[in-house]
Design a binder for this molecule. Structure first.
Ligand code: PFF
Length: 477
């Protein structure tokens, strides 16, 4: 392969791509979306989205990247026209914006890891109040919990660690980091699940999570499931084109994509299995109804869970709580490195710039781009309540715009494959490492979904997502 760098083999690629997929989206967003959308029924919708829409898009992206052996912009322009290159550029920009806000939330989690493990956060009485003050005041270096409380610094450190890893290149940086963090992440997750299932009232949480409520099945559930699946699998913005470009021709893309999807979905599923028994344990301890515990949005992991850890007693709380936030940091870090690699690959490939210079320059730029999101959590009133966006905050606005760009990007990618590059060329790429591909059912399935199902459904659902974002979910149906 060229001097661009490459993964050492199948395992390295799968771990890195699964690392990109497994992130804050799985541990933080999936459980509360599932909780709010009918539990198991959400899981069913989610799985259907993966099978019907996400898997074909994932295979397509990896094939494009490997066939072109280039970054997102380079791949679309090489296999298509320069105009199609702008679709790649659009994805690269989406990646930049995702990283800008994602790193802010990752910084919060990193701060919580430090505050819980080494500070006295768990001695607080009012966790909601603590979190509100914590995200509001971004440069408070006084010691709110025995430690400096500056999430400006926490997120700067998080970005710097991301940059250190990415600057080391594909094998020594990205692959090596994922090989350590991904197995650790699974171990911590399984450890906490075992513990949380042993707590009083755990089974009530499991039941809540797993017994389907069919009355919750509506357009909103489908739209939420699809958005979540695309974000969770890092689709639609070129991350997998970029990682695919570092994959050897010997590897089987269709089967790797199955493993990546299962790895990601299992972490999302297990996160719910970790969180809901904990929530129901808290309800039991406080002798209240579990539905009274607000599990929506950021409060789930930053307010409710710390309260639960504090109920476990001083030492156990510190250990379990610390392990939990370390898990969140690992998950976030394996995603931030893939997000940073997307624009880095673009500048290295297209502008022939030095990798280290590009990495640090972009990391700083994206950190600065994230400041409005960081300051939108109370510090600056006008960013906290955007008048043009139904009074929502700036971080939510950016996150929502990125959601839209992913499904639109996915739809356009399918159109690119069938109308520009040619689905036979995709086949030719997928045969590498998979001799039986031409006769396989996977091939017919991919043809059917990429040509017809995915572009149409993704197009329609993207429109619905736009309606939901700008006019409110109640206008959906
Ligand atoms: N998949 C990540 C998550 O679920 O948290 C988010 C993400 C990472 C999206 C990387 C896109 C991406 F390129």
């Amino acid at each position: 392969m060229s001097s661009r760098g490459n993964f050492s083999g199948r395992i390295g690629f799968i771990l890195a791509a699964a690392g990109s997929a497994v992130g804050l989206g799985n541990i933080w967003r999936f459980p509360y979306l599932a909780g709010a959308n009918g539990g198991a029924i959400f899981l069913v919708v989610y799985l259907a989205c993966i099978l019907l829409l996400c898997y074909p898009v994932m295979v397509g992206e990896i094939a494009i990247g490997r066939a072109a052996n280039s970054d997102a912009f380079g791949s679309y322009s090489k296999l298509g026209t320069r105009r199609w290159g702008y679709l790649g550029l659009f994805g690269i920009m989406a990646g930049v914006f995702i990283l800008s806000f994602y790193n802010v939330v990752a910084g919060w989690a990193f701060g919580y890891f430090l505050h819980i493990s080494f500070g006295d956060l768990l001695n607080h009485q009012d966790f909601g109040g603590f979190f509100g003050a914590y995200v509001n005041d971004i440069i408070d270096v006084s010691s709110a919990s025995g430690l400096a409380n500056s999430n400006l610094i926490f997120s700067l450190i998080f970005m710097a660690v991301t940059a250190i890893i990415v600057s080391q290149g594909i094998q020594k940086g990205i692959e090596a980091a994922n090989k350590i963090m991904m197995p650790s992440l699974y171990l911590i997750l399984l450890g906490i699940i075992v513990y949380s299932l042993s707590l009083p009232n755990a089974m009530s949480g499991v039941r809540f999570y797993l017994v389907p409520d069919f009355s919750e099945l509506n357009v909103g559930t489908v739209v939420n499931g699809l958005k979540q699946a695309f974000f969770s699998l890092s689709l639609g913005m070129g991350a997998l084109i970029t990682y695919g470009s570092y994959l050897s021709k010997k590897e089987n893309i269709a089967s790797s994509a199955i493993v990546i999807s299962i790895a990601d979905t299992s972490v999302a599923f297990f996160s719910g299995l970790m969180v809901f028994p904990l929530v129901h344990f808290l309800a039991f301890k406080l002798n209240i109804d579990p539905t009274q515990i607000g599990t929506q949005g950021p409060p789930l992991i930053f307010v409710v869970l710390p309260q639960i850890f504090s109920e476990m007693g001083a030492i156990l709380g510190r250990v379990v709580g610390g392990a939990f936030f370390l898990l969140v940091c690992f998950a976030a870090l394996t995603s931030t490195i893939s997000l940073l690699e997307v624009p880095v690959a673009y500048l290295v490939d297209q502008k022939k710039m030095n990798r280290k210079v590009v990495v640090w320059g972009l990391a700083l730029l994206i950190f600065i781009l994230g400041l409005p999101s960081m300051m939108s959590q109370g510090m600056i009133a006008s960013l906290n309540k955007l008048t043009f966006y139904r009074g929502q905050d700036f971080l939510t606005f950016i996150a929502d715009m990125c959601d839209i760009s992913l499904t639109v990007g996915g739809a356009l990618m399918c159109i690119f494959i069938s109308r520009q590059w040619g689905i036979d060329k995709m086949d030719a790429e997928l045969v590498n490492g998979n001799e039986g591909y031409m006769q396989s059912r996977t091939r017919s399935y991919l043809h059917f979904t990429i040509r017809w199902v995915a572009p149409v459904l993704l197009g329609v659902l993207s429109l619905l997502i736009i309606v939901e974002k700008f006019f409110g979910v109640e206008n959906l149906l």
